[in-house]
Design a protein around this ligand. Structure first.
Ligand code: TXE
Length: 497
C-alpha cells in the first residue's frame, strides 16, 4: 500500500491540548500538506494569546498547587515507564502520523524514531533512579546540602525534521525532574505530537503536559514571552534561536538552544575506505538529509580524493528516492515545498559561485507534485562557497580536498557552526590530533551518528547554547538550592544583645 494510492486518514482538524482536554484554538487555520504528494491533508488551528495563556496557567497551577513536583522517585519512574509503553503500544499509528506530516521514511520512523521516543522515557526513568544531591561537611560546625528542585514550567519548542524523537527528549526530561510543560510543535508537523499528548493524558495528571499549535512568530513567541515560563528548550534554526533567546533574555529565562550545523566529515587516506564511504553517505543522506548533525562538508585527503568522490557519485546515483511508505525507499520527500525550493536554490547558485555540480541538483522529475529532489553533491570552489558556509538542511553534500592534518583542521573549523565533526582514519595519532582540535560539541571517530544519551549533545559557536543529555538535562530542568544547617545549637552574637 502506498500513500500515493491510499492516503492514511489524517485528523480533519488538529487542536491543542490544555489540562488534558482538547483546546479549540482561536487563531487562523493553517493547511498541512503531505510532502510525498503535495496534497493538503489537514488543517491546524492556531493557538494565540488566550490559548497560550491558558496553557501556561494550567501548567503553572499544576506545578504550584498539586503534588506533581513532589512525587517520589519510584512513582515518577513508574510514570515514565508507562509513557514508554504507550508509545510502543501505539507505534504504528504514531509512525504513520509522523510520516504523513514530515515525509520521513516509514521504515526509519518505526526502526529509529519511535524506538528513540520510547527510549527517551526509559532513559530518564533510569537516570533519576541514580540521581542524587551533594553534601558538604567541611565548614566547621555546619552541614551543607545541595538539593535539585524542579525548575517549574518549561516551554518546549520542537522542530519539524524529527518531531517525535526530538520532542520526547525534552518532554521526558521535563517530567523526570518534576516540571510541568507547554509543548509547541512545528506548525508544519503537528500530528504525531498531538497524538502523543492525547495518549499521555491517560498517564499524566491534568496540566503536566500541555500542547499549543501555531506559527513560531505568533504562538511560539507568545510562549517565550509569557511571564509564567521558567525555562525554554528550543530546537530549530540559528536565526530563530537567536530571536528566541533575545525574547527570553528580557525575563532572564534560561534557554537551551540546539541549532544548526555545517559539520565536517574528514576522510583521511588512512581510513577504512568502504566504511568511510558508507559513513559519508549516511552522514549526509539519512533522515532525508534534514538533520542538524549531517556531515554536509565532506573533506577528503587529496591522495584519495578523485577515487572517493567517484565512488560517492556512483552510490548516490543508485539511491532510491520515492514513496516514504515503501521499504526499499532510501530518501523520501523534503518536508515542505518552501524548504525544497530553498534547497534547490543552492544548486541554482552553486555554479554561479564557481562550484561544480557532481550529481543531482534538480527536482526528482517522476514525482511531479511531491517535494522530491535528487540527492546532490557539489565540488566546492573553496570553503568560502555558500554551499560550505550555509546550512542547506537537505540531501546536499559539498566536497573539498585537503593535503595535511593542519589543512583539514583549519577547513573543518572555518565555519560559524560547531555541532559535530566526523573523523575517519585508522591512524591513532591522526585521530587524536584532529579530534582534539575540532571546535565542535561532538566528534565521531570512524562512525556516523552514535548518540550516548548520558553524554552531552550540543554545539560550539552558532550551533547552540547548553547541552541535552543526562546530567545536562538534570542541570537545565532543575534549580539548585543550597541548605546550610548548624550541626549543634549555636549561640549567635546578634546585634543589641
Ligand atoms: O525553523 P525554525 P525553520 C534549521 C535548518 C532550516 C532552518 C529554518 O537549517 O533550514 O533552520 O527552519 C518555532 N519564537 N533547522 O524556519 O524557525 C517554529 O514554529 C518561538 C535546524 O522551519 O527554527 C518551530 O516550532 N518559536 C534544526 C521551531 O521554532 C519560534 C531543525 C523551529 O522553527 C519562533 C529545524 C519564534 N520567534 C530547522 N519562530 C535542528 N537544529 O535540528 C519559529 N519558532
Amino acid at each position: 500500500m502506498s500513500f500515493f494510492d491510499n492516503p492514511i486518514d489524517p485528523p480533519k482538524l488538529t487542536n491543542g491540548w490544555i489540562n488534558n482536554e482538547t483546546n479549540h484554538g482561536s487563531g487562523i487555520e493553517i493547511p498541512i500538506f503531505y510532502p510525498a504528494t503535495g496534497q493538503q491533508v489537514s488543517v491546524l488551528v492556531e493557538d494565540t494569546g488566550d490559548d497560550v495563556d491558558k496553557a501556561v496557567m494550567s501548567a503553572r497551577q499544576t506545578f504550584d498547587k498539586s503534588n506533581w513536583s513532589k512525587l517520589s522517585t519510584e512513582k515518577r519512574i513508574e510514570i515514565l515507564e508507562d509513557c514508554r509503553q504507550i508509545i510502543l503500544d501505539n507505534a504504528d499509528e504514531l509512525a504513520r502520523l509522523e510520516c504523513l506530516a514530515t515525509g520521513l521514511i516509514l521504515r526509519e520512523i518505526k526502526g529509529f524514531h519511535i524506538q528513540r521516543a520510547a527510549y527517551n522515557f526509559r532513559f530518564f526513568a533510569q537516570y533519576i533512579s541514580q540521581a542524587h544531591g551533594e553534601r558538604f561537611d567541611n565548614t566547621e560546625g555546619y552541614l551543607t546540602l545541595v538539593n535539585r528542585e524542579p525548575a517549574g514550567v518549561v516551554g518546549l519548542i520542537a522542530p519539524w525534521n524529527a518531531p517525535l524523537a526530538l520532542a520526547t527528549m525534552k518532554i521526558a526530561a521535563a517530567i523526570a525532574f518534576g516540571n510541568c510543560a507547554v509543548l509547541k510543535p512545528s506548525e508544519q508537523t503537528p500530528f504525531s505530537l498531538s497524538k502523543l499528548v492525547s495518549l499521555l493524558k491517560d498517564i499524566l495528571p491534568p496540566g503536566v503536559l500541555n500542547l499549543i499549535n501555531g506559527r513560531g512568530s505568533v504562538t511560539g513567541s507568545q510562549l517565550v514571552a509569557h511571564p509564567g515560563i521558567d525555562r525554554i528548550s528550543f530546537t530549530g534554526g540559528t536565526v530563530t534561536g537567536r530571536q528566541v533567546m533575545m525574547e527570553a533574555g528580557k525575563q532572564l529565562t534560561p534557554c537551551t538552544m540546539e541549532l544548526g550545523g555545517k559539520s565536517a566529515n574528514i576522510i583521511f587516506a588512512s581510513a577504512d575506505y568502504e566504511r568511510a564511504l558508507d559513513g559519508a553517505l549516511i552522514g549526509i543522506y539519512s533522515n532525508n538529509g534534514q538533520q542538524c548533525l549531517a556531515g554536509s562538508r565532506i573533506l577528503v585527503e587529496d591522495r584519495i580524493f578523485d577515487k572517493f568522490v567517484n565512488s560517492f557519485i556512483e552510490r548516490t546515483k543508485n539511491i532510491t528516492v520515492g514513496d516514504p511508505l515503501k521499504n526499499e525507499t532510501e530518501i523520501g520527500p523534503i518536508a515542505s515545498k518552501q524548504h525544497m525550493e530553498r534547497i534547490l536554490s543552492f544548486a541554482n547558485t552553486a555554479e554561479k559561485d564557481g562550484d561544480e555540480i557532481l550529481v543531482g541538483g534538480k527536482k526528482a522529475s517522476d514525482h511531479k507534485n511531491g517535494y522530491f529532489i535528487e540527492p546532490t553533491a557539489v565540488l566546492a570552489k573553496s570553503n568560502n562557497s555558500k554551499t560550505c558556509q550555509e546550512e542547506i538542511f537537505g540531501p546536499f553534500a559539498s566536497f573539498l580536498s585537503f593535503k595535511s592534518e593542519e589543512e583539514a583542521i583549519n577547513l573543518a573549523n572555518d565555519t560559524e557552526f560547531g555541532l559535530v565533526s566526523y573523523v575517519w582514519s585508522d591512524h591513532m595519532p591522526t585521530i587524536m590530533k584532529v579530534s582534539n582540535a575540532m571546535r565542535s560539541g561532538v566528534v565521531w571517530i570512524n562512525t556516523p551518528m552514535m548518540r550516548e544519551l548520558r553524554a552531552p549533545f550540543g554545539g560550539f559557536g552558532n550551533s547552540g547554547v547548553g547541552r541535552e543529555g543526562g546530567y545536562s538535562c538534570e542541570q537545565f530542568y532543575t534549580e539548585e538550592k543550597t541548605v546550610s544547617i548548624p550541626k549543634s545549637p549555636l549561640t549567635l552574637k546578634g546585634f543589641g544583645r
